[in-house]
Structure formats: structure tokens, C-alpha cells
Design a protein around this ligand. Structure first.
Ligand code: SF4
Length: 50
């Protein structure tokens, strides 16, 4: 299980200083219709705008 999640999406309500994610858990999905083969094809579904 990931313990220290780093994230640069500072418009998210779960974002904290030093690029830390303070959500209890995060949910990542593939945004392509096929299986993701690179990180650019994934998104965080836990994102909530500040
Ligand atoms: S919930 Fe997702 S987008 Fe928001 S800070 Fe955490 S990892 Fe980043």
C-alpha cells in the first residue's frame, strides 16, 4: 500500500504543502478506453477542486 503519495495537482482539496496528498485513500483510473501503458493515460478520481 502506498504510504506517502506525492502529487502536484494543487487545485485539489486533498493537496497539502510539499506536494503531499492528504486523502485517506485515492482512486486512480485509466482514461483511455484500453489498458493504460503509460502514466499519461491515468487520472486521479479522488480529485476534488478546492
Ligand atoms: S486526491 Fe488525487 S489529485 Fe488530489 S491531491 Fe491526492 S493524488 Fe492529488
Amino acid at each position: 500500500m502506498a504510504k506517502d503519495v506525492l502529487c502536484e495537482v494543487n487545485s485539489c482539496v486533498h493537496w497539502a504543502e510539499e506536494n503531499k496528498c492528504n486523502a485517506d485513500s485515492i482512486y486512480i483510473v485509466s482514461h483511455s478506453s484500453q489498458e493504460a501503458s503509460k502514466s499519461a493515460e491515468t487520472d486521479c478520481k479522488t480529485f476534488e477542486v478546492k
